[in-house]
Design a binder for this molecule. Sequence first.
Ligand SMILES: C[S@@+](CC[C@H](N)C(=O)[O-])C[C@H]1O[C@@H](n2cnc3c(N)ncnc32)[C@H](O)[C@@H]1O
Length: 281
Amino acid sequence: MKVAEDVRRSRAGVRAIQTGRRLRGTAERRLAPEGSALDDAQRRLNPLQHYASKGIASVDGWLGHDVVLPLIELSKQQRRDSISGGAAEIGIHHGQLFILLALMTEGDERSVGIDLFEDQANNIDNSGLGSRDALEQNMARALVDRSRVDLIQGNSMDLTAAEIVSAAARPVRLFSVDGGHTPELTTNDLHLAEQSLAPGGIVILDDAFSPVWPGVIQGLITFLDEETALTPFGLIGNKTLLCDRSSAATYRSVLAKFEGHFIYREDSLFGANVTILQAPN
Ligand SMILES: C[S@@+](CC[C@H](N)C(=O)[O-])C[C@H]1O[C@@H](n2cnc3c(N)ncnc32)[C@H](O)[C@@H]1O
């Protein structure tokens, strides 16, 4: 009964139930109480670590640890390989992933967040519920350097890669595609991501294997059937990861380090070798 009520309440509710891996209230209990002096010190000393282990649980969203931890390791690998360029996301909701991406940027790297925000009349499939206020509050609490963040309010269908690259000041190394989940929006947003990507950059596509959002896999297939230099290399939680062919083996070896911590498999997807990580249910 409870599930049926939640489903009626919102599409966001459907997504939460479908993924079943909300982070709220897990790590939180093991660390210093929210608002305590120790909690504050931990946040200031290492905002990324604090957010990944604790703060993320207080931001509404659908991320699991099987996404958060591998993304942090992939970002570190990019650093080791001297790949720079900042981050971008289409589809922010309240910023659960965007804040993680922003906290992984360093130096003069910038983060660009794109969402309809309060213009929800144009959210044609009701995927998520963007809120600039919630995002701003969550970014402030996580100590995101706001001077290195640009927010673009608009429909991704009306956006160009040049605008994203201009806002980011250069091509980006981490690009999350999590806006509208229709086939057309997915294909459009994947093209924007590819055209905005730095060499060695990673595209993080949401929900390609969710039965609730069949438009995403349809959009991905269309994208891969067209001319693209990107190839899938990983399936982590509810995210499909893509990069250029020359980077795929390196990134798969990073994901392989999580063998023994998550459900781990090697398989192929549309002819590409992929490493699969999933938190056990
Ligand atoms: C699934 S939510 C994003 C979740 C978010 N990535 C997170 O980590 O919590 C989808 C978001 O996409 C936005 N959106 C939907 N259609 C869009 C479009 N055509 N252009 C830009 N944003 C869109 C919605 O407003 C919503 O905030």
